[in-house]
Unconditional design. Structure first.
Length: 393
């Protein structure tokens, strides 16, 4: 991510990017460092400040207080999208505090342990990879030279052996706690983002319903388990003219409104997915043909009774539906094809209706139960044989 400048004093002319969704490749950096800034504030105020107050030197105390302010500033940069600058500011204050502590108390009391923590923070930051390698080498070189100089001479403050030993253990424990906190935070962010990506991979971005791959996978799992279910394919009537007349933004709003209506008409446990375009699939577990008709009829009524309300108009919608049950075909693709044939039969029968029976292939009287008409009656002719003779009830 490129480094960007930022006017700290704000104001009307300050160039601040909007709070907008980040691309997926930067989400991990953003969430990880949001966790790290909180950890850094707790470490400075709750751990480092009491430690240096106890040691009694004003220099590190002032650096810790400055680090708290700089961490808050880095957090502000981070939340405005300047993640690399925020990470650089956090790291610079960490290294300043480490260097001052080593200069005062020398090597061997544990302050050099925090260099490994700084390297970890550097490598999980949004700083470009080339800069990470360069800064890592520079950091190791500077700290190595500082430690070598401390070994050749006495530190500025010589601590009693008992105090130095105690301080060594304190720094070792604090480094382990902070290191573990960073790794646990990174793991938590990774798991959360994985769940989010999995959800995005299985759901339609516009409507929030399951996408085609996800709902077909559920149906395949039920089919393999020989679990009874019904498939309803549902299509919005006259959606293309609707889209062309009112615009694609209104068409998108109509699809989102349709999904809300469908959810109102479904039972607990029913599954809704966008099958493609304005076509949706409903999976009704444990539903017989009559159960599926009842659900489809209720769904159609909800859609019909709740028009899309816009600021300047109200637009009504209707849906045509085709139903097939799991026991009507040997494979899932055949069940879906059967529901699709009945969906087109419902459209041919006048739209805004449900078709759950292959009326035009029947050689016996068609039960009235299997064609459900909408509020505006679907024109439906008596079923005919292939030779065009009418089947009499």
């Amino acid at each position: 991510m490129p480094l960007r400048t930022y006017r700290l004093w704000g104001g009307r002319d300050a160039s601040l990017p909007p709070y907008c969704p980040l691309p997926p490749e930067y989400r991990r950096y953003f969430d990880t460092f949001a966790h790290l800034y909180a950890m850094a504030l707790v470490a400075y105020v709750g751990l480092m400040l009491p430690l240096f107050v106890w040691l009694g030197q004003p220099g590190p105390i002032l650096i810790v207080l400055a680090s708290v302010l700089m961490t808050l500033g880095a957090r502000g940069l981070h939340h405005r999208g300047y993640m690399a600058w925020g990470a650089a500011l956090l790291l610079s204050m960490m290294l300043l505090l480490i260097g001052e502590a080593i200069r005062l108390y020398g090597a061997g009391v544990g302050f050099e342990f925090y260099v490994s923590l700084a390297l970890l923070v550097l490598h999980v930051s949004a700083i470009p990879r080339g800069y990470k390698i360069l800064l890592s080498l520079l950091l190791l070189g500077v700290m190595g030279a500082l430690l070598m100089s401390m070994h050749r001479g006495a530190p500025q403050i010589v601590l009693p052996l008992a105090t130095a030993t105690w301080l060594l253990w304190v720094n070792l424990v604090l480094t382990g706690v902070l290191f573990g906190g960073v790794l646990m935070g990174l793991e938590g962010v990774t798991e959360r983002l994985e769940r989010a990506y999995r959800r995005e991979a299985l759901h339609d971005m516009l409507t929030g319903a399951l996408n085609r791959r996800a709902i077909v996978a559920i149906a395949e799992r039920w089919q393999r388990a020989k679990r009874p279910f019904a498939v309803v394919l549902l299509d919005v009537d006259h959606f293309k003219p609707f889209n062309d007349l009112h615009g694609h933004a209104t068409g998108d709003a109509a699809l989102c409104h349709l999904v809300n209506c469908l959810r109102q008409g479904l039972r607990d446990g029913d599954v809704l997915g966008r099958y493609g375009g304005e076509e949706f699939m409903l999976l009704l577990p444990g539903a017989s043909r009559s159960d599926a008709i009842t659900v489809a009829e209720r769904v159609a009524a909800v859609v019909r009774d709740q028009p899309l309300v816009l600021p300047d108009k109200s637009l009504g919608m209707t849906v045509s539906q085709g139903i097939a049950t799991q026991d009507e075909a040997a494979t899932l693709s055949a069940v879906i094809a059967l529901a699709d044939q009945r969906l087109y039969a419902a459209k041919d029968a006048g739209r805004d209706c449900v078709m759950a029976w292959e009326a035009f292939e029947a050689l016996s009287p068609l039960p009235s139960l299997y064609v459900v008409e909408g509020a505006e009656a679907c024109p439906f002719e008596p079923p005919r044989r292939r030779d065009d003779s009418v089947i009499k009830a």
